[in-house]
Design a protein around this ligand. Structure first.
Ligand SMILES: Nc1ncnc2c1ncn2[C@@H]1O[C@H](COP(=O)(O)OP(=O)(O)OP(=O)(O)O)[C@@H](O)[C@H]1O
Ligand SMILES: [Mg+2]
Length: 254
């Protein structure tokens, strides 16, 4: 039972795209009972997955007595459920601070983990109360990095923040997002990070918002689809390793 945040402080780097594809691969390739949880008021993940528009409902999950499992909805895909976002999440940061609910995200994730084997969170950009709560709750943070000096700087700051402010915080898995190998700078970024997975810049990825479906559902053989599959394989391997370490630690503590 593990959770992954797809996060970056930077907007528009491919977080929602990545979260939707990873959640789909978790449910299909790995046949895990999977929840895609969209925490960004823009609601992009739900849109990309073809969810019906909902009004002012998403905040309910954060209210004290809500049962998050009951609020999760099925999707057209077997084993994949979703908690969609809407504009009611705009004040979420303020709401959690006002209620002094500093552990709410963590508690919700622990409850959801009783039903779902894999929880993938599509996070809003920025460094906020929500992102702090997410870092205290998840097992792994996937950070899409755009291949530029600014993209790298933002990534390094995020890693430093998690390391400095969250003792025993989650490990980070970076990936290079929107890579165009015709561009020299992009090729240089790929060669300086040989162990990072690479998602190519491809118009088929943009088509997700027209198809409103994960890439593998409409372009199963495209190189971009295969790139997300490789990312998922690495994520799944990391989660299995984290779970077995946790089991060993639990047994030792008993
Ligand atoms: N590999 C890619 N190739 C081409 N276009 C991409 C790729 N990844 C994402 N995009 C496009 O870039 C835009 C931003 O992607 P996405 O919404 O996933 O980013 P985000 O980080 O979630 O943004 P936000 O910070 O606003 O939530 C979208 O139009 C998406 O289709
Ligand atoms: Mg997004």
């Amino acid at each position: 039972m593990s959770s992954v945040a797809v996060y970056s402080p930077k907007g528009g780097v491919g977080k929602s795209t990545c979260a939707v594809n990873l959640a789909y691969l978790s449910a299909t390739t790995s046949t895990r009972r999977t929840l895609l949880w969209d925490i960004d008021a823009q609601g992009a993940a739900g849109y990309l997955l073809g969810a019906h528009r909902q009004r002012e409902e998403a905040h309910k999950i954060f209210s004290k007595d809500a049962d998050p499992v009951e609020l999760a909805r099925t999707t057209p895909y077997l084993q994949l459920s979703m908690l969609a976002a809407d504009t009611s999440l705009r004040r979420l940061d303020v709401q959690l601070v006002e209620e002094d609910a500093r552990k709410r995200v963590r508690k919700l994730i622990r409850t959801l983990e009783r039903k779902f084997e894999r929880i993938i969170l599509d996070c809003p950009p920025g460094v906020t109360e929500i992102s702090e709560q997410i870092f205290r709750a998840v097992d792994l943070v996937v950070i899409p990095v755009t291949p530029s000096a600014l993209g790298m700087r933002v990534f390094e700051e995020a890693v430093a923040h998690i390391r400095d402010k969250h003792r025993n915080g989650p490990p980070v898995l970076p990936l290079l997002s929107m890579v165009d190998m015709r561009r020299k700078l992009h090729r240089e970024m790929v060669s300086t990070h040989p162990d990072w997975r690479v998602i190519p810049y491809a118009s088929v990825v943009e088509r997700m918002s027209a198809e409103r479906a994960p890439l593998a559902a409409f372009a199963p053989r495209h190189p971009a689809t295969r790139a997300f599959a490789e990312v998922w394989t690495e994520v799944e391997q990391r989660l299995i390793a984290i779970e077995s370490e946790r089991q060993i630690a639990d047994r030792a503590a008993r």
